[in-house]
Write a protein that binds this ligand. Structure first.
Ligand code: F6P
Length: 341
């Protein structure tokens, strides 16, 4: 029986296990599925386990990934592509299903140039992958952030405070805008639009002089001040050259309190947004993607990524999906702005 390999790479994301389950279910009877552990690291090292209906039962609602994940970049390793080809040959694996975001799928695209057959499945809570209307995991992250904003709302109201909520979003402000709109934020700061802290403070002052005693500011981790330029990042980069983001809310809390005199507090949601059970929407999307990925393998449609267009599942060239990050639709931000202040 033909063998297909599957791996989950990059940051974990609610719905990964639902994709794995769907791949195994769709392949049953026609293809064996070999799961590689810890992203591309498992394919490099030949670290794998056979997946079947028994060991993928009960996964639909489970967060994380039973395969483990990593940010390993095979192209940073000596002979990475050749080692991957060798692992595949040694295990009788004819093709791979790679579940990941820009980095994992970027590797998938490059492996195609080395004659390795890969189908991609778009995963990231950031929703910044082009070629698909939504990635799975995004909806769950938005729900988690919205629940947090709702909770911060009541404490902001009780203490007459400004609450700054930092959400994930490296290149794009999708989580910030969706959760900010859903949670009734008074300002939303995103990577696509460098912000001016004085403008944010003016908005807060206007709101407070109109009789409101508290404000909610939602900020993406990748947002930058207009005059400062730099993204808020810690030291070091990962194997794909990305800095570790986080902390812009600390500066904002201080900046807002100093300028306005209003007591301010910040919350960084961080990895809470990636953990736990996926929403129903993400379970269904992940399941559809998993089934479609096996169908793409069966059709020999390699170098492609399954995608959501409107309500349909389609296949798009990995090249198109990776050309540039999918940034916020300006009209969505303009709609959010109607409710600022
Ligand atoms: O998966 C994307 C992402 O959630 C980004 O928004 C964030 O910057 C990054 O992952 C954090 O990654 P790590 O788990 O490696 O710190």
């Amino acid at each position: 029986m033909e063998r297909v390999g599957i791996l989950t790479g990059g940051g974990d994301c609610p719905g990964l296990n639902a994709v794995i389950r769907a791949v195994v279910r769709r392949a049953a009877g026609e293809r064996e599925v070999l799961g590689f552990r810890n992203g591309w690291a498992g394919v490099l090292e030949g670290d794998a386990l056979p997946l079947d209906l028994d060991n993928t039962r009960g996964l639909l609602h489970r967060g994380g990934t039973i395969l483990g994940t990593s940010r390993t970049n095979p192209f940073k390793e000596n002979g990475g592509a050749e080692r991957i080809a060798a692992t595949m040959e040694a295990n009788g694996v004819g093709s791979l299903i790679a579940i990941g975001g820009e980095d994992t799928l970027g590797v998938a695209r490059r492996l195609g140039e080395h004659g390795i057959d890969v189908v991609g499945v778009p995963k990231t809570i950031d929703n910044d992958l082009a070629g698909t209307d939504f990635t799975f995991g995004f909806h769950t992250a938005v729900q988690i952030a919205t629940d947090a904003i709702d909770r911060l709302h009541t404490t902001a109201e009780s203490h007459n405070r400004v609450m700054v909520v930092e959400v994930m979003g490296r290149h794009a402000g999708w989580i910030a805008v969706y959760s900010g709109m859903a949670g009734g934020a008074d300002s939303i700061l995103v990577p696509e639009r460098p912000f001016d802290v004085d403008e944010v403070c003016d908005r807060i002052r206007r709101r407070h002089s109109a009789g409101h005693s508290f404000s909610i500011v939602v900020v993406s981790e990748g947002a930058t001040p207009r005059d400062g330029g730099e993204t808020h990042a810690g030291a070091g980069t990962d194997a794909f050259g990305h800095a570790r983001l986080g902390g812009i809310a600390v500066d904002l809390e201080r900046g807002i309190e100093e300028r306005t005199g209003y007591e301010s507090r910040m919350t960084i949601l961080g990895h809470v947004q990636r953990g736990g059970t996926p929403t129903a929407f993400d379970r269904v999307l992940a399941t559809r993607f998993g089934v479609a990925a096996v169908d793409a393998v069966a059709a020999g449609e390699f170098g492609r990524m399954v995608a959501l267009h409107g309500t349909e599942i389609t296949r798009v060239p990995l090249e198109d999906a990776l050309a540039a990050p999918k940034l916020l639709d300006p009209s969505l931000y303009e709609t959010a702005e109607v409710f600022f202040g």
